[in-house]
Design a protein around this ligand. Structure first.
Ligand code: SAH
Ligand code: SF4
Length: 389
């Protein structure tokens, strides 16, 4: 028997091609896409405006399946974190951060990460594998419809959208899993799927220069660059990728990106590490880096207080230091924010996403448990997405 096609893996053009293979007209793909991405449907029988014959064909050949949810935690500040099973003992996390006027979903693009930044617990885990399109977009699909379900909001375009912004700041380096990331981005932007504005979708990268250029051509969205250092020797030690793509090249790539970007600035993320990169001298060096005549980069800074994890050997800068550092940038006319840490009580903060995953024996145990439950209660146990009726 041939494997079922997971329709979450297909972008709009691929879905049209798939429908073509089934002998169906392109408008069927649009209908199907709306059922999947606007109504959160996973049951072909629920797609009542599709001909019964098409539904039967789909039931025989296709599926709509996001990664199964292993756990689901809600923090006292409303931040919600899901741990998702991506097979073979690998798990990734998705975090929803509600704010007054928006809801942001932080998605993962890889299980583990090969870049191995010194301050990042995902990097410490090593690289397991790239996520598929279905596993990336499946995070948005699962989260949007689960959030609606928990609030009693109807699916479909009429129901109030819960996720207004997406940031690719979960586990993994999105630009090292380029094609699946871009396909997932296209679905996020598509009007027959999530219809998010390019300005509200952000790719965060540690600085994969050629892929920054490729993103500017293939699917320009807002760009965040994880800078973390004001000079090459310091950045070489914190973000090993810097040895391959040093600051001068990275800054040039940022300038090129802005010619195509939906925003007129790059967001630089800067993790505040006590005694490592947080002095006023570092801040002044940063100003000189980004305000450098013809080589300047229009930018905003987002200072992230380091989230410690046991074996890092690093310490978070204190608040007074972070504020003083920010002031140097602000005095130079650079818009600078200090990231609030959210979801601390559920380990949902930046760079802590791997917390639970690292302990693979625990993940294995949980999966064992889930398999037992599934045997008892049916295969949909562990998937919090129900079949809409
Ligand atoms: N790989 C991409 C996106 C995922 S990391 C990147 O590096 O940009 C998302 C953000 O969290 C990055 O800015 C990263 O540098 C930051 N981060 C990682 N570990 C952290 C930690 N322990 N404390 C604070 N920020 C961290
Ligand atoms: Fe990978 Fe980003 Fe972590 Fe660096 S900070 S190891 S690029 S996930």
């Amino acid at each position: 028997m041939t494997a079922l096609t997971n329709l979450l893996d297909l972008d709009p053009a691929q879905l049209v091609a798939y429908c073509g293979e089934l002998g169906e007209k392109p408008f069927r793909a649009k209908q199907l896409q709306r059922w999947i991405h606007q109504f959160g449907a996973s049951d072909f029988d629920a797609m009542t405006d599709l001909a019964k014959s098409l539904r039967e064909k789909l039931k025989a050949r296709a599926t709509i399946a996001a990664p199964a949810v292993i756990s689901d935690h809600i923090s006292s500040d409303g931040t919600r974190k899901w741990l998702l099973d991506v097979g073979q003992g690998n798990a990734v996390e998705t975090v929803f951060i509600p704010e007054e006027n928006r809801g942001t979903l932080c998605v993962s693009t890889q299980a583990g990460c090969a870049v191995n930044c010194r301050f990042c617990s995902t990097g410490k885990q090593g690289f397991s594998r790239n996520l598929t399109v279905g596993e990336i977009i499946g995070q948005l699909w699962m989260a949007e419809f689960e959030l609606r379900r928990s609030k009693g909001i109807e699916p479909g375009p009429k129901g109030e959208r819960q996720i207004t912004n997406v940031v690719m700041m979960g586990m993994g380096e999105p630009l090292l899993n380029f094609e699946p990331t871009v396909t997932a981005l296209r679905l996020m932007l598509d009007d027959n799927a999530y219809g998010l504005s390019r300005r509200r979708v952000t790719v965060s990268t540690s600085g994969v220069v050629p892929m920054i250029d490729k993103l500017s051509q293939d699917c320009p969205v807002a760009l965040a660059v994880s800078l973390h250092a004001s000079n090459d020797p310091l950045r070489d030690g914190l973000v090993p990728l810097n040895k391959k793509y040093p600051l001068k090249d990275l800054m040039a790539a940022c300038r090129r990106y802005l010619e195509f970007a939906p925003r007129d600035f790059i967001t630089f993320e800067y993790c505040m590490l006590d005694g490592v990169n947080d002095t006023d001298t570092h801040a002044r060096e940063l100003v000189a880096l980004v305000q450098n005549g013809a080589e300047s980069v229009p930018c905003k800074f987002n200072l992230i207080p380091f989230n410690p994890f046991p074996e890092s050997g690093l310490v978070r800068s204190n608040n007074v230091r972070i504020k003083a550092f920010a002031q140097v940038l602000i005095d130079a006319g650079i818009v600078t924010t200090i990231r609030k840490t959210r979801g601390d009580d559920i380990d949902a903060a930046c760079g802590q996403l791997a917390g639970e995953v690292q302990d693979r024996t625990r993940v294995q145990e949980r999966m064992q448990k889930m398999a037992e439950y599934q045997q008892k209660f049916g295969k949909n146990f562990g998937r919090i997405v129900e079949v809409p009726r």
